[in-house]
Design a protein around this ligand. Structure first.
Ligand code: NAD
Ligand code: LMR
Length: 328
């Protein structure tokens, strides 16, 4: 066995944490040959609950779990971490938009960006799940000047997985036949799940579906508003599916996306597809050995252009708002 990968999880006593930690510890990230050391951050009042979760982790006797440390001091917990999964944040309740959380969560991601900058391992990768995820990632990135910007990403993999699942249900194809799904933009109701490049059994999804009414008025809103639908139904936001997507995203980032396919990741825009440079915007990316590259050269039709611009405009507003708050 090689040395353990040190994985930090913030908000570890929360609902996503309760699903995420057990999957990380059981080898869902890197398989059975690479042990994981968990370094778990919580606020003081939640540490007792987290101790209970650690007892449960112990009780699973996972062969791939090399050790667990917990604490409320980010500089201690992030020490030497290779992967930081920033989950801890205040989730939205019924009637709230994710952007309502900007101020409440800004302070958290400022402090955590600084702590990562100070003590994380040189090869650290940082995935932000806590909402508003894109802008939280921007805040953390802006507060970590010594960490290359491409090491930060925000989670749109859940939206990507939701889109695959909806398309599979519509076409009757197994999810494994669906490739090249793209979520463009923000992890919010303005996100744009794109069926003009996604493929079902090798054919363009929009052609297979051949139903613009469904695409516009059913598929896109169902995917974009799925988080709210789950909050309405469960009374709390998605947790197991969010944990699963967090692992999918981190696994593909570290180990590589599948040949002939791509994944959606919100990463720093370099101006590709005329997305304003510097926004954390979800693009189609291929990943390899811990690096990602935006898939370039896709034709963008007028319908897609308008949707991609609308979600960029929302992210620009969020960026301006956090700039105004002095967070970046
Ligand atoms: P939760 O309230 O159950 O847990 C959040 C945990 O974070 C709590 O235990 C809290 O004590 C902790 N926390 C708060 N401030 C912290 C800090 N400064 N440092 C460390 N921990 C801190 O929430 P949850 O359901 O686990 O969701 C967590 C976040 O993930 C929310 O912002 C939610 O909206 C978001 N989310 C994102 C996606 C996505 O696809 N990007 C999907 C689902 C949920
Ligand atoms: C989700 O998409 O399920 C999460 O972002 C939670 C939320 O607030 O919608």
């Amino acid at each position: 066995m090689t040395s353990p990968l040190k994985v930090a999880v913030t908000g570890a006593a929360g609902q996503i944490g309760y699903s995420l930690l057990f999957r990380l510890a059981s080898g869902a990230l890197l398989g059975q040959d690479r042990p994981i050391q968990l370094q778990l951050l919580e606020i003081e009042p939640a540490l007792k609950a987290l101790e209970g979760v650690v007892m449960e982790l112990d009780d699973c006797a996972f062969p791939t779990l090399a050790g667990v440390e917990i604490g409320a001091d980010a500089e201690k917990v992030f020490d030497g971490v290779n992967l930081a999964l920033l989950v801890g944040a205040r989730p939205r309740g019924p009637g709230m938009e994710r952007s309502d959380l900007l101020e409440a969560n800004g302070a958290i991601f400022t402090a955590q960006g600084k702590a990562l900058n100070a003590v994380a391992a040189d090869d650290v990768r940082i995935g932000v799940t806590g909402n508003p995820a894109n802008t939280n990632a921007l805040i953390a990135m802006s507060n970590a000047p010594d960490i290359p910007a491409e090491r930060f990403s925000a989670l749109t993999r859940l939206d990507h997985n939701r889109a695959i699942s909806q398309l599979a249900a519509k076409t009757g194809a197994p999810v494994t036949d669906i490739k090249k799904m793209t979520i463009w933009g923000n992890h919010s109701a303005t996100q744009y799940p794109d069926l003009f490049h996604a493929e079902v059994g090798g054919k363009i999804a929009a052609d297979v579906v051949n139903d613009q009414e469904w695409l516009e008025n059913d598929f896109i809103p169902t995917v974009a508003k799925r988080g709210a639908a789950i909050i309405d139904a469960r009374g709390s936001s998605s947790a197991a599916s969010a944990a699963s997507a967090t692992i999918d995203a981190a696994r593909d980032w570290l180990l590589g996306s599948a040949e002939g396919d791509w994944v959606s990741m919100a990463v720093r825009s370099d101006g590709s597809y005329d997305v304003p440079e510097g926004l954390i915007y979800s693009f189609p990316v291929v990943t390899k050995d811990g690096n990602w590259e935006i898939v370039e050269g896709l034709d963008i039709n007028e319908f897609s252009r308008a949707k991609m611009d609308a979600t960029a405009a929302e992210l620009t507003e969020e960026r301006d708002a956090v700039k105004g708050l002095g967070l970046i």
